[in-house]
Write a protein that binds this ligand. Structure first.
Ligand SMILES: C[S@@+](CC[C@H](N)C(=O)[O-])C[C@H]1O[C@@H](n2cnc3c(N)ncnc32)[C@H](O)[C@@H]1O
Length: 271
């Protein structure tokens, strides 16, 4: 039943207006009054974003395209590290905000409005295509199209790298969904659960879907983040956060048998 609801609402995934209307509009006012809140320190990025940057090895003077650049913070961080960065997002207010974030940080970045499944760029233009939390906002078909487009605009030898939420186990997913967290009701509260699914404009990806979307890329690689850290959603402000992060380093390690139960993946495609 849930599968059919997800298919039904997939079109809603195309409408990502909430990011533009909430995050874009409200932050345009915030940056006007308190630009200092938008000063980016690349060293303070999350561990998966830092790993994404490490995986690119050398970004100095490299052409980088960020998919779903949102407020522009990651693009600006990459520009501060020497990349020549273009960000693309469907939200016009977000693009305007990202331009102001770049100005606040004294870096040159280009930000353009557009959809990542139909890029306006020529072939073989970029050394890297990157994205954080973007593919999971798209229906399956658009994920495939977006990766084909990434392949097309990358130079030979170029890389596409994404950090995305994942769910690889239906059983594990079911167990998690038994517990209400934030706006998400328990899967046992059927009416509320179905309304929650119908309103969704994102979903978790899986290794299988990311592998299926490989297309012409010659190599794909995964790295995992965050397994027990989910418990901090049940107990916000948990004093155990640091401890859980340390345990997670072991549980998500390359040789861990349960690493695929992690909630975030860094996927790397090589052209
Ligand atoms: C969860 S936000 C992530 C933003 C940013 N990457 C970050 O890490 O803060 C998802 C972003 O994807 C953008 N988006 C959604 N669908 C898109 C599409 N088809 N093409 C380009 N951007 C899209 C949204 O406008 C939003 O800015």
């Amino acid at each position: 039943m849930e599968d059919s609801i997800i298919r039904k609402v997939e079109n809603a995934f195309q409408n990502q207006g909430r990011w533009n209307d909430s995050c874009g509009v409200s932050n345009l006012a915030v940056i006007q009054d308190t630009p200092e809140k938008f000063v980016i320190d690349p060293e303070k990025l999350s561990i998966e974003k830092l790993d994404l940057i490490k995986a690119m090895s050398d970004i100095e003077k490299k052409q980088i395209l960020e998919f779903g650049s949102g407020r522009g913070e990651f693009s600006v961080a990459l520009a501060k590290l020497g990349g020549i960065v273009t960000g693309i997002d469907i939200g016009e207010n977000l693009i305007e905000l990202a331009r102001r974030v770049a100005t606040t940080n004294n870096v040159d970045c280009e930000f353009v409005v557009g959809s990542i499944d139909k890029l306006q760029f020529e072939d073989n233009l970029f050394d890297f295509v990157v994205g954080n939390g973007i593919l999971h906002h798209l229906p399956k078909k658009a994920v495939l199209n977006s990766l084909n487009e990434a392949y097309r605009v990358l130079k030979p030898g170029g890389m596409a790298l994404f950090t995305e939420p994942i769910e690889n186990s239906r059983v594990f997913d079911f167990v998690q969904n038994l517990f209400p967290v934030g706006r998400r009701p328990s899967i046992l509260q059927r009416a509320k659960w179905i309304a929650f699914l119908e309103a969704a404009d994102d979903r978790a990806l899986s290794n299988a879907e990311l592998t299926d979307a490989k297309g012409c890329f010659r190599e794909i690689e995964f790295k995992y983040y965050g397994l027990l850290i989910r418990l901090t959603r049940l107990f916000p402000g948990s004093k155990f956060r640091q401890l859980l992060q340390t345990i997670d380093l072991f549980l998500t390690h390359k040789y861990s048998p349960i690493k695929k139960l992690s909630r975030v993946i860094l996927v790397t495609y090589r052209k």
